[in-house]
Design a protein around this ligand. Structure first.
Ligand code: ADP
Length: 614
């Protein structure tokens, strides 16, 4: 027998379970039954693929046994089982993405609300330690010579040992804590209690769950039952089973297609983003079944990456049971099905927008940034995605706006949907680029998600209105009079602009007069196709080499500093003028929250200038 240490994250989670104040302790049984059900699915699949596997798959099932005298409860399956290495890896450590993040959040919380977090994480096997002070697991993998016994009290270590005569599959025996009404710990050896829990949480499990020789679950696939007969609670439990999210889903979507390619789908939109939504190894949420038989999870062929937060099941009638990912990728029917699923999800989000705006807003807050990735990757559905997007805007400090709402507020003659990207709302709102638009009361979308920097360059228009960055290109807001006044100014400033461009040659590619400023002396803008400073920073952070990007310096001709510079320049003065040009450029960079190439030099320029006023 060997005694091994739990990995430190695992140890922390176990401690959490042992001292859990999570009120709904019944859920441990759901977790064990769910694991057993997965193990049966896996064995069925394996035996299908590997004809040499000497296993009995005729009567796959889950048995629950209790012994009131010994105070034990056992959940047994004759599924895939685990090898010794599996047990050490799967039960002794937690590989789940998001664990570290989860534990960090937990540390930051008061212990009182920790239980909510437990609920979000979905803790699987370890939840046994909410109700047991010792857990024994015996398991055998079909190709392994011997079985394995694992045992732990949930403290720092566990023991692991070979077993000669272990049956196929896994049994988990809980040595229950004494029942205690105060601690909301019922007597889990009572058959009525077990039956009630299985009925409530695991009724839909496709394998029989047996207690005292009797099947206690109905095993009906929810997606195959008439929608009118399935309760919210049943959907919620099923959702928990497949998603490991303990919250109820925000929306349930059912679909049915008859005819040459028959399928049923049961999909869910989450109330809370999955922990791994923005992690590199994050999963997609759709499982494929064929005629009620589980085939694969995380089925990328059924749902595009940007909809990875959608969880659920697709049951296709006309596929072969041993269909592989390679076959799926080439199957035209699958592609058609995926297209319909995507349309259905997007239309469901749209109808949520109309009928339950608060729920829509919640969903958007959780998964909007993922959904927007579709603007780049799914050009077929771009318009449908744009319709369900919401953005912050200068129209309101609190609520977001849809593009349709923005368009309905557009001014007479306004051709573009104006936006500005940046690191934060505050940074965008304070930026000088917005001045003229604000003065003329034009609405500007405030885009602060990383993904916004990317899609705005590839999405041409919404409802015929093109997107226009207020920090790029020319912003054309002027009346004809203003235009001719400006032309006169440009003539007046011409020589200064040329001279300034030479002075600042290393950092700017053009110096011109601006029509977007009212109070600031200057701002820097990009050409329409230049990348933004935020994007430049992102690329650099990813280690990408970029050529030096020169932007355009725009001057406000009515600002005293700029006007003073022009006068001095026209009078032939040159002393200190180059410093002033540099100063103005620095101010423009600071105003948009940018970084100066040489801050100490800038400080000196400012100090010199202030000194001159004394
Ligand atoms: P999760 O089920 O969320 O992955 P668990 O902690 O419940 O997390 O289980 C960890 C892993 O241990 C499972 O993913 C599975 O590979 C394995 N496992 C748990 N229970 C069983 C079982 N009854 N039969 C076979 N493998 C199991």
């Amino acid at each position: 027998m060997e005694t091994l240490q739990f990995q430190s994250e695992a140890r922390q989670l176990l401690q959490l379970m042992i001292h859990s104040i999570y009120s709904n302790k019944d859920t441990f049984l759901r977790e064990l039954v769910s694991n057993a059900s997965d193990a049966l699915d896996k064995l069925r699949l394996e035996s299908f693929r590997d004809k040499d596997m000497q296993v009995d798959v005729d009567d796959l099932h889950i048995v629950i046994e209790s012994d009131p005298a010994e105070r034990t409860l056992t959940v047994r399956d004759n599924g895939i089982g685990m090898t010794r290495e599996d047990v050490v890896r799967l039960i002794g450590t937690i590989a789940k993405s998001g664990t570290a993040e989860f534990l960090k959040q937990l540390k930051e919380q008061q212990s009182g609300s920790a239980s909510d977090l437990i609920g979000q994480f979905g803790i699987g096997f370890y939840s046994s330690f909410m109700v047991a002070d010792k857990v024994t697991l015996v398991t055998k993998y079909p190709h392994a010579e011997k079985g394995v016994r694992w045992e732990s009290t949930g403290e720092a270590t566990y023991t692991i040992d070979d077993v000669d005569d272990a049956p196929q599959g896994t049994s988990v025996t809980l040595h229950l804590k004494p029942s205690d009404d105060e601690d909301r710990l019922p007597d889990y050896t009572e058959p009525a209690k077990i039956r009630e829990i299985v009925k409530r949480y695991s009724d839909f499990i496709t394998w029989p769950v047996r207690l005292g020789g009797e099947d206690i679950n109905s095993r009906k696939a929810l997606w195959a039952r008439p929608a009118s007969e399935v309760t919210e609670e049943e959907y919620a439990e099923f959702y928990r089973h497949i998603s490991h999210d303990w919250n109820a889903p925000l929306e349930t979507i059912r679909m049915q297609a008859e005819g040459t390619f028959e399928y049923q789908a049961l999909l869910f939109l989450p109330a809370q983003a999955p922990m791994d939504l923005f992690m590199r190894d994050g999963k997609r949420g759709v499982q494929l079944y064929v005629k009620r038989v589980f085939i694969m999870e995380d089925c990328a062929e059924l749902m595009p990456e940007y909809l990875r937060f959608v969880k659920g099941v697709v049951d296709a009638a006309d596929l072969s049971l041993n269909v592989s990912r390679e076959i799926l990728q080439q199957d035209r029917q699958i592609q058609l099905m995926r297209r319909r699923l995507v349309k259905k999800v997007l239309s469901s989000i749209k109808s949520l927008m109309g009928t339950r705006p608060d729920d829509y807003a919640k969903l958007w807050g959780e998964v909007g940034a993922a959904l927007k990735e579709g603007l780049l990757s799914d050009s077929d559905n771009r318009d449908a995605i744009l319709e369900v997007c919401s953005f912050a805007s200068t129209h309101s400090d609190e609520s977001l706006t849809t593009l349709a709402e923005y368009v309905s507020r557009m001014k007479d003659g306004q051709e573009h949907i104006y936006f500005m990207t940046g690191d934060s709302r505050v940074a965008v709102e304070k930026s000088p680029h917005l001045e003229a638009l604000r003065a003329k009361d034009y609405e500007v979308l405030i885009l602060t998600d990383t993904i916004d920097e990317m899609w705005v360059d590839s999405v041409p228009a919404f409802d015929g209105k093109t997107f226009q960055s207020v920090a790029k290109g020319q912003v054309d807001l002027e009346t004809d009079e203003e235009k001719s006044a400006n032309e006169a100014k440009t003539a007046e400033f011409g020589d200064l602009l040329t001279w300034m461009k030479e002075q600042l040659e290393d950092s700017v590619k053009e110096v011109r007069l601006s029509s977007r400023l009212t109070t600031s002396p200057a701002c820097v803008v990009g050409d329409s196709y230049d990348i933004t400073p935020t994007l430049e920073k992102m690329y650099k952070a990813m280690g990408q080499e970029l050529p030096k990007i020169k932007r355009i310096l725009e001057l406000n001709p009515s600002h005293p500093l700029v006007e003073g510079l022009r006068r001095a320049f026209a009078a032939g003065e040159r002393d200190g003028l180059a410093d002033t040009a540099e100063l103005i450029h620095g101010l423009a960079l600071l105003a948009e929250g940018g970084e100066l190439a040489d801050p100490s030099r800038f400080v000196k320029l400012v100090a010199d200038r202030v000194q001159r006023t004394f």
